[in-house]
Design a protein around this ligand. Structure first.
Ligand SMILES: Nc1ncnc2c1ncn2[C@@H]1O[C@H](COP(=O)(O)OP(=O)(O)OP(=O)(O)O)[C@@H](O)[C@H]1O
Ligand SMILES: Nc1ccn([C@H]2C[C@H](O)[C@@H](COP(=O)(O)O)O2)c(=O)n1
Length: 234
């Protein structure tokens, strides 16, 4: 058992523990948050998957992604189910399993149109707050606006960041080394530039801890996050 695991056993039962993690693309939000949730025996919420699910629904229904009102309507009417079990990735729209489909490149390319539609954001934020409440406030939730908008009252708020170079390298490895430099920049930097027109995920707000993972491997990053949680809650 590592030192982090010994200390984390204190958090298994008892008080609410909402951990909110945001940061730019490729910083490790999803993978690090999922593992952190496992270690804490907590639920896990991937809010980016919800934006992707709305995008999938809009494309499937032929909704014009230039039409903000149509996107907002689609978002409000859509029946979305998302697993909060860190060991079970599952997203369904209207009962259809879209877990894999929402990771396709066409969704990654189109998702900023949904993420920058303020009416759609309002609806998803409402649903995300409800999921956090339904978890009994024992959850690790991640996404671009979690520390500032969705869960500003979380017990622990962390900005997980990394240099552009690390983030591009990680995304390249994640996609099997098949993407050109230009394609990776489009997926990581250009998408972040579009998304940051509606939400700030590059700077830590007051009370938000920063973990810079540029020089840390995955396990070291999880340990750094657990260490922040331990310090913040004692
Ligand atoms: N500290 C780290 N060192 C090396 N690789 C890492 C580290 N943290 C995460 N990774 C890897 O980097 C890749 C990108 O991580 P992840 O998908 O979790 O990022 P993200 O911030 O959620 O990105 P996005 O917001 O675009 O979905 C994954 O393959 C993950 O395993
Ligand atoms: N809370 C959130 C979560 C995600 N987004 C946007 C940012 C991305 O363009 C898209 C998909 O996120 P990913 O799965 O790549 O993390 O959704 C957001 O604006 N707010």
């Amino acid at each position: 058992m590592t030192l982090a695991e010994v200390d984390m056993s204190r958090f298994r039962w008892g008080k609410p523990l909402v951990v909110a993690i945001d940061g730019p693309s490729g910083s490790g939000k999803s993978s690090v948050s999922r593992e952190t949730a496992r270690r804490l025996h907590a639920a896990y919420l991937d809010t980016g998957a919800m934006y992707r699910a709305v995008t999938w629904y809009c494309l499937a229904a032929g909704v014009d992604l230039q039409d903000a009102a149509a996107i907002e309507n689609a978002c409000e009417e859509m029946v979305l189910a998302i697993s909060t079990d860190p060991d079970r990735e599952h997203v369904a729209v209207g009962g259809e399993d879209v877990t894999t489909a929402i990771r396709e490149p066409e969704i990654s390319k189109a998702v900023s149109a949904v993420a920058t539609t303020l009416g759609a954001r309002a609806e998803l934020i409402r649903r995300q707050k409800q999921i956090i409440a339904d978890s009994g406030r024992r959850i690790v939730a991640e996404g671009r606006d979690i520390t500032t908008v969705v869960a500003p009252d979380a017990e622990v708020r962390i900005l997980l960041t990394a240099s552009e170079e690390s983030r591009l390298r990680r995304r390249g490895l994640q996609l099997g080394g098949t993407q050109s430099a230009a394609a990776l920049e489009e997926q990581v930097l250009t998408r972040d530039a579009r998304d940051s027109t509606v939400v700030n995920f590059h700077e830590a707000a007051d009370g938000v801890f920063t973990v810079d993972s540029s020089d840390l491997d995955f396990d070291e990053t999880v340990d750094a996050v657990l260490s922040v949680i331990r310090r913040a809650t004692h």
